[in-house]
Design a protein around this ligand. Structure first.
Ligand code: AMP
Ligand code: MG
Length: 431
């Protein structure tokens, strides 16, 4: 099987992870970012399970069923302007005024009927009387008491919104897979729908691995460090609306780790860990995960974030992220985010916006891997510019904190001179 084309879930539906990983051009020691993403994607099937929620509670959730409009939108023929509703055929070229016989307000229609050469004052959203076919905006009319003279040049049907013009009764208003944002909430409410079917919450469990890790609140011993990955992971998951199960720090001990992997896979659709997948550690975790499921270990051709494991432990998807704090965030943005959205059935996937910006600092880079330098994107004299945050070590979380974007330097790119245009991935709002 070739992995040169992006895979669709169907193309590997019959394959296991280990079979797919035997493809000709599959190189676990130098896996391009795109290829890894496509490989993972091929094994993701959206979760089943629906919850019915009142619409406000559905904010941020994913629609599990199409929303079919039970009504026409707008529900009645109405005016797009403040002005007068007229019969077009009454508007002569002679400038003879029409007689205003009443008014139609939004929510308070004109009651009665119009004889020839009569008109009705109308306001935006007001029902257009049955006899009328056109609305003349008030800026194109002159009122002398109840006698209204209109400027020449009116067009038949202008400023009249037809019933069902925005959405026909029975039409699909929103397709399943859509994330419910404020616009969708409003749209659903505009149809008079008070409850929607959303995809059940995705179950995610995560833990950190490492003998050196201490949780905040406890004092540090010699050679120990505080566990920060569980906090960045918590934050990124929470920002995606996912309430995850934080399983704490797990020692580099085969027995304890095995129990943790089993427990996590037993309660979650997705298990995310950090640490323990780099050279030296991988062999031990590899053996363990080989026993518990099917997992592939890659060295991704990217920096930071080189070691990455993906696979299944029982029915759960497993992401073994690197231990370095920046690598955790970068691999989450590049791989885990997409996967979590896909598993929730999100369609279309929200884009990770790529902007072009002028790089104002020179960057050293070796071709052959994709780099995600932490950058600061700013507007200067009407031009989008970007500079690096400075030191780029994969342990320097401050570089993520100072950044508002990744400067994405593609595989083939070498050193970047100041003044060159680069691709920039915006971070804000992406997770
Ligand atoms: P590893 O991938 O386990 O070899 O870890 C790589 C580096 O990341 C080491 O310097 C670890 O100490 C560090 N590291 C691993 N896990 C964490 C964590 N949860 N929080 C902070 N640093 C970590
Ligand atoms: Mg470790």
């Amino acid at each position: 099987m070739s992995l040169t084309k992006p895979l669709t879930p169907h193309s590997t539906a019959h394959l296991t992870i280990s079979q797919a990983s035997c493809a000709d051009d599959y190189d676990p020691n130098s896996m391009p970012v795109d290829k890894a993403r496509a490989f993972i994607h091929a094994f993701l099937t959206p979760i089943a399970g629906i919850a019915k929620l009142p619409i406000r509670a559905a904010l941020g959730r994913v629609l599990a069923e199409d929303i079919i409009s039970p009504v026409n939108v707008p529900s009645h023929r109405n005016s797009a302007m403040d002005g007068w509703a007229v019969r077009f055929s009454d508007l002569g070229d002679d400038g003879t005024p029409l007689e205003e016989i009443g008014a139609s307000f939004a929510g308070k229609p004109f009651v009665g009927s119009l004889a020839a050469r009569q008109c009705v004052r109308i306001f935006t959203g007001g029902v257009v009387p049955i006899e009328c076919d056109t609305v003349i905006m008030q800026e194109r009319a002159k009122a002398d008491g109840k006698l209204i003279t209109f400027s020449a040049g009116a067009k038949l049907g202008q400023n009249v919104r037809q019933a069902g013009e925005d959405l026909q009764q029975g039409a699909v208003a929103l397709e399943k897979g859509r994330i419910i944002r404020p616009a969708e909430l409003g749209l659903i409410a505009s149809l008079g729908i008070s409850e929607v079917a959303v995809v059940r919450p995705l179950r995610v469990a995560f833990f950190s691995t490492g003998d050196e890790l201490v949780s905040v609140g406890a004092p540090l011993g010699e050679g120990e460090i505080y566990d920060s990955n569980r906090y960045t992971l918590f934050g990124m998951l929470a920002k995606m609306g996912i309430e995850a199960n934080d399983m704490g720090v797990v020692r580099d001990d085969p027995v304890i780790l095995e129990r943790a992997f089993r427990d996590a896979a037993g309660i979650a659709d997705v298990v995310i860990t950090s640490g323990g997948v780099s050279v030296g550690e991988a062999d031990f975790v590899k053996t363990l995960l080989g026993k518990l499921g099917e997992v592939v270990f890659w060295k991704i051709a990217m920096k930071p974030g080189r070691p990455l494991a993906y696979g299944k432990i029982q029915d759960a998807h497993f992401f073994g992220l690197p231990g370095n704090p920046v690598s955790v965030m970068v691999t989450f943005y590049q791989f885990v985010r997409d996967a979590l959205l896909t598993l929730q059935g999100v369609s279309p996937l929200p884009v990770q916006p790529l902007l072009k910006a002028v790089c104002t600092s020179p960057i050293k880079k070796a071709p052959g891997r994709t780099e995600f330098q932490r950058g600061v994107l700013y507007l200067e004299d009407g031009v989008w510019k970007v500079r690096t945050t400075g030191e780029q070590g994969s342990g320097i979380l401050k570089s993520m904190s100072d950044a508002n974007c990744f400067i994405m330097l593609h595989d083939h790119v070498g050193n970047v001179d100041a003044g060159v245009t680069v691709d920039v991935q915006i971070l804000e709002g992406v997770v």
